[in-house]
Design a protein around this ligand. Structure first.
Ligand code: GLA
Length: 381
């Protein structure tokens, strides 16, 4: 409520009028299923209680005025300015306006966010989904959630050149309080399950490492996995996606080659996603934890998207008595670690981990308390 009032006041102070649409879009965690989305596999994300907030009104000048509170920048754009330039946050917004430009008029918008940036919690999907849904409401465009997810994804592809999958946009738009969402990224069918994990908690810490190669490495993995799939199709023409590849088949082809390692991660990760979803429903937290830790190992050894800091944190957490499992979350090469632990003693345990981390890398973790929250919504229009 406080933030909502702040957005109204901010809008008033910047544009000297009242907001017509006020909306918020959450970040996400992913319980398991990394780099499986663009490989048409399974993911298990949930929206979290950190948001991008949007306040908007129409203007009759045909201009797009955007104020970012985070960057303290007011930008005025016309249709001829809708090309990628230096600021990636602005490029993402431009990418949305570009796709909707024939259906909308001028507008004024303020954006404010409390999702940690560069932590693998999808602040960029929240920015894109939030902007698109707010414009949908302001101009009555009648876009459905999946239309918005595709528009948001295309903005990342074309305006910041990250060839992301659909998981982040999906979690941001479809998230539900206290539920994880099992999505089949091929059929786009999904199942919601309540996360009743009383006695245990998910915890999240930021390694505070942002890897510079993130974007190019991310796109490289996409190319490598496409190559891996075509090799597998050569072995069996009935294979369409990695979901059609059994663990037996992939094991029988074991090698040290890049294609095999990438394929092994995706095939085993798809199975882990389904297993975690089942174990969560059965409240078998030991199994959930084991699978989460196996997920980290697979990201490290086979998909090769971890870094020394996140390996150190995940592996040291896994040795703690109250921790059932821990792994790096998101696109990779840094960002956050998600773990599951017994409720009692988490704070002290994380302080111990922080001390070790500080000794080893001269860096600090940031604790990020999380609650599984609701997806994008209009607060008022
Ligand atoms: C990023 C991308 C997602 C997904 C994850 C890895 O968050 O935006 O589409 O590929 O990385 O699972």
């Amino acid at each position: 409520m406080q933030t909502e009032n702040n957005i109204k006041a901010l809008f008033q102070s910047k544009f000297d009028k009242e907001v017509e649409v006020l909306a918020k879009a959450p970040g996400r965690i992913n319980v398991i299923g990394e780099h499986t989305d663009y490989n048409l596999g399974y993911v298990l994300p949930a929206a979290i209680d950190y948001h991008m907030y949007f306040g908007l009104s129409k203007n009759d000048k045909g201009v797009f005025n955007i104020y970012s509170h985070t960057f303290e920048r007011l930008v005025s754009l016309t249709e001829s300015d809708l090309e990628p330039a230096e600021d990636s946050w602005l490029n993402l917004v431009k990418g949305i306006i570009y796709q909707l430009k024939d259906k909308i008029g001028g507008f004024d918008m303020v954006i404010f966010g409390d999702i940690p940036v560069g932590a693998g919690l999808s602040s960029s999907a929240a920015l894109c989904c939030g902007t698109a849904t707010a414009l949908n409401a302001l101009f009555n465009l009648d876009l459905k959630k999946w239309d918005i997810a595709r528009i948001a994804q295309k903005s990342e592809h074309d305006f910041v050149h990250v060839k992301c999958g659909i998981m982040d946009q999906f979690a941001c738009l479809f998230g539900r309080t206290n539920h994880v969402l099992l999505l089949d990224c091929e059929t786009l069918e999904f199942e919601e399950s309540e996360t009743d994990i009383s006695g245990y908690q998910f915890f999240l810490i930021n390694s505070n490492v942002q890897h510079e190669l993130n974007e190019s490495e991310y796109n490289a993995r996409r190319i490598e996995s496409t190559e891996a799939l075509s090799i597998l199709k050569g072995h069996n023409s009935a294979i369409n996606t990695f979901k059609d590849v059994s663990l037996e088949l992939i094991r029988s082809l074991e090698s040290n080659e890049v294609w095999w390692k990438r394929a092994f991660h995706i095939v085993s990760e798809n199975l882990r996603v389904q297993a975690v979803n089942r174990a969560l429903k059965e409240k078998n937290m030991l199994e959930v934890g084991q699978l989460i830790s196996q997920g980290h190992k697979s990201q490290k050894e086979y998909y090769e998207i971890t870094c020394p800091e996140t390996d150190f944190l995940a592996e040291n957490l896994q040795e703690e008595q109250i921790v059932l499992g821990a792994r790096q979350v998101g696109g990779g090469f840094g960002g956050c670690i998600l773990g599951i632990a017994e409720d009692a003693g988490v704070e002290g345990m994380l302080d111990r981990i922080n001390q070790k981390y500080n000794q080893a890398f001269n860096k600090q973790i940031t604790k990020i308390p999380i609650r599984i929250s609701r997806g994008y919504h209009i607060i008022h229009n």
